[in-house]
Design a protein around this ligand. Structure first.
Ligand code: PLP
Length: 417
């Protein structure tokens, strides 16, 4: 029996069927210990944007580890890669004059952002603005605040009481957001958290005009707009950030995953000048928030090498081209009897939705399709709502796309038989 308690896992099933022990990876493929090759349809957990086997990231991390692996960056301490990465991210940020607070991953970034928006309003003397609004189907990680603002109840079962002062609105309706803020009173609402494309909640693409409209609603009501770009950021949506593509100029951006392509874990919050100002003002004092690994030098060195690859190979632009290629490659699956729709067409993000009617009769269909796909050499994952996740590395080529689609089609056929 394994002693590894897996994250987000049915451990009785894992204990019964055993673990899939992955061993190595190259490009868009991973191999298990038995030597079986799989096409990675999900870039692991949406993060391996540059693909596997990038020696220059490995070398940058190793060189930094030899020189100075990490040191607490509390107070006035920093290291060259960390200070320079903040500068580099500020230069590509979707808002002007930004600064960057580092964390170890997406969950800590979301915790930081919730505390930032509440503390901001308290610093400017508007202590009543504490409510955090998020969307149904949203996913913001599984730390304390993230679990408290998640848009799917399955994540909150049995762990209450959750953090108070939160509100949920439908994922696709700007008018409902305006009404919710007005009903609560804008003087009580701190911020709206918004994934430009809902990821783990099912790859739900924003309806046309939705993002611009919710941005306007927040601005008009003095509600801070937090773009959770943990998935969308760093190229996946065909620009450095989805917020850049849609001209959202958010107040805050949470990021992780693609900043290092997962070679080393790193996350953070990009903070615009309005929110930064009272924290950095003379006399503001110490903001007692941060993590042991905030600004971890090995992680930031790896991020530089990752961003070098992305720039050199124009991967955000490649993602823009891939969004059409991916959508066309997946489109034929929409007519499969088990599939109700294929959601694709914005960045390298897609979902093959198993029909809700079929799922109502047999709730195991998505998991079984994932299992069959694995037997056919394609690794995918079930999303909230029963869709199959498709979010490959931004370097996938036509052969990789064909392998991906063939594997999924075969798996759907196997399950329908
Ligand atoms: N926010 C979004 C939009 C995410 O998709 C995720 C993870 O998938 C998170 C936050 C949490 O990130 P992590 O799993 O690194 O804590």
């Amino acid at each position: 029996m394994t002693r590894f308690w897996h994250p987000v896992a049915d451990m009785s099933a894992v204990a019964a069927s055993g673990e899939l022990l992955l061993d190595r990876a190259e490009g868009v493929h991973v191999w298990d210990e038995a030597g079986t090759r799989y096409l990675d349809a999900t870039a692991a957990l949406w993060y391996c944007n540059v693909g596997y086997g990038r020696d220059e990231i490995v070398d940058a991390a190793a060189a930094q580890m030899r020189r100075l692996p990490a040191y607490s960056h509390y107070g006035d301490v920093s290291s060259r890669p960390t200070t320079e990465l903040a500068e580099r991210i500020a230069n590509i940020a979707p808002m002007d004059d930004a600064v960057v607070f580092f964390a170890s991953g997406g969950g800590e970034s979301v915790e930081t952002a919730v505390k930032l928006v509440r503390r901001y309003w308290s610093l400017v003397g508007r202590e009543s603005k504490t409510i955090v609004v998020s969307r149904e189907r949203a996913y913001h990680g599984l730390a304390g605040y993230g679990t408290s603002i998640v848009g799917t109840d399955a994540f909150t079962v049995g762990v209450g009481p959750l953090a108070g002062g939160t509100l949920r609105v439908p994922w696709d309706d700007p008018a409902a957001l305006a009404e919710a803020i007005d009903r609560a009173g804008a003087e009580h609402v701190a911020a709206f958290f918004c994934e430009p494309v809902v990821g783990a909640g099912g790859v739900l693409l924003p309806p046309p005009g939705y993002l611009e409209e919710v941005r306007r609603i927040c601005r008009d009501r003095e509600v801070l707009f937090v773009a959770d770009e943990v998935i969308c950021g760093f190229g996946r949506v065909g620009d450095w950030f989805a917020s850049s593509r849609f001209g959202l100029e958010p107040d805050l951006v949470t990021f992780a995953k693609g900043v290092t392509s997962g070679y080393v874990q790193l996350g953070g919050v990009i903070v615009g000048p309005q929110v930064r100002e009272p924290f950095w003002a003379p006399g503001a004092g110490v903001w007692r928030h941060g993590y042991t690994y905030s600004g971890h030098a090995t992680a930031t060195a790896a991020a530089h090498a990752n961003l070098d690859v992305m720039e050199r190979e124009s991967l955000p632009q490649r993602a823009r081209a891939l969004e059409t290629e991916l959508a066309s490659a997946l489109a034929p699956l929409a007519s499969h009897p088990l599939v109700s729709e294929v959601r694709a067409g914005l960045g390298v993000l897609a979902a093959v939705q198993i029909s809700p009617d079929a799922l109502a009769e047999d709730a195991t269909l998505t998991d079984r399709t994932v299992g069959e796909a694995r037997l056919r050499g394609v690794l995918t994952r079930a999303l909230v709502g029963g869709g199959l996740q498709v979010s490959p590395s931004l370097v996938i080529d036509d052969a990789g796309l064909a392998e991906l689609v063939d594997g999924l089609r075969g798996a759907l056929d196997d399950v329908s038989r």
